[in-house]
Design a protein around this ligand. Sequence first.
Ligand code: SAM
Ligand code: SF4
Length: 469
Amino acid sequence: MNATLPRPRTTIINEAEINALLSVARRSDSGRVREVLAKARQMEGLDAEEVAVLMEIQDATLLEEMFAAARFVKDEIYGNRLVLFAPLYIANLCKNECSYCAFRAGNTELKRRTLTQDEIAAEVKILIDQGHKRLLLVSGEEYPKEGFNYVLRAIDTIYKTKSGRGEIRRVNVNIAPLTVDQFKQLKEAGIGTYQLFQETYHRETYAKIHTAGAKKNFDWRVTVMDRAMEAGIDDVGIGVLFGLYDWKFEMLALQQHIRHLEEKYGVGPHTISVPRIEPAGGSTLADRPPYAVSDADFKKIVAILRLAVPYTGIIMSTRENADTRRATFQLGVSQISAGSRCNPGGYAELGDGHDAEQFQLGDHRSLDEVVRDVASLGYTPSFCTACYRLGRTGADFMDLAKPGLIKEHCSPNALSSCMEYMMGYASPETRKTGEKLVDRELATMPGKIGETANELVSRVRKNERDVFV
Ligand code: SAM
Ligand code: SF4
């Protein structure tokens, strides 16, 4: 199947059902809200009707009760760890016209750049030297002459690049929808998560803002995770670009997409991303998003997702400023990017700067500053990549995650990878904060988990690297 061929309309998203749920939920009372919150605390997820009930909460007391439930679920399942990564933009060429993005084909003000493999290696070396272990490869939807092979070579370059005792241990990708055959090649290349955002699940809005190129095809995009799953990639990340359409509609559509994947493939998405539209060069829509999401609603979105899909990671990027990011950590976020650049060559400062970037970032702090902040707030900065490297992905991961077993692996691994960062890359101030946190965690971690964590951390302190269970 080719992206340019028409595809039959898929039934993954049922708009009539979403609209019906939205109108019923408006009439919910506090009793019903509390029933839903009690169910959410059992950590078995929520159905679409229950999500709709929570979205309508206005009362401050009920809102606080919902946030408390989200904090409870986050803590039970994820403990206090936060996984860190950085995006790596390899090219900003694009054939599409997405009206919110600076990379769109018609934006003549953008400086176009495709990194060579040597330039990619130079970027990766910088990120390794900062202490990163996980990267998210990002590109516009047009590759140089060699086509998709360019992406495969880039992944190979990333894994082969070493610096000192460091290396990138997991490469996730956010690139345009692929065919099943291309996904098989991506799997061969050893990717972690395949991530793609639907932008908006509202068909009519989608058609208005995607006016040229393969991305015009809503169905080709909404079925992308089906093709990934068919190709054997069971670790997928979905998302919505908030601000394009009513966030409540998008939340219920996300639920439908998740249920579709669970029912058809036995496993839902590994992560959900919640980007909000940021100003972007050459885009008036990005300056004034038609359905801008307020900070208050944004917090609601994170908390409701945590309650609705407790075992799915929630990713918070540096589109958001430091304060907003902090506020969402306790409500359910499990992964954050740090020290990001969204222009190809941005880490090595190849010279294009803002003239080549995709949108304006909200958090400009370095990885070291973010790690220090996270640790001083009591969260463990984690660089762990164990699950993916031990084959704990897809349904295997979910089986492990559901009874809360994952904590047994993740908490010790978070601490050992955190210690590896502190010893190898942190500034003296950050190291002091980080080591204090690790010691405190080790002292309070109970039983078998505590023993494992102590053993892993002491091996790192004795100069071993890359230790995990
Ligand atoms: N080109 C591919 C695509 O569109 O799916 C993959 C990479 S694209 C660079 C990654 C994501 O950036 C898009 O899916 C979109 O959600 C997001 N994005 C684009 N413009 C944005 C903006 N102005 N503010 C925030 N996020 C934006
Ligand atoms: Fe191209 Fe992706 Fe930007 Fe759309 S969002 S213009 S497809 S890079």
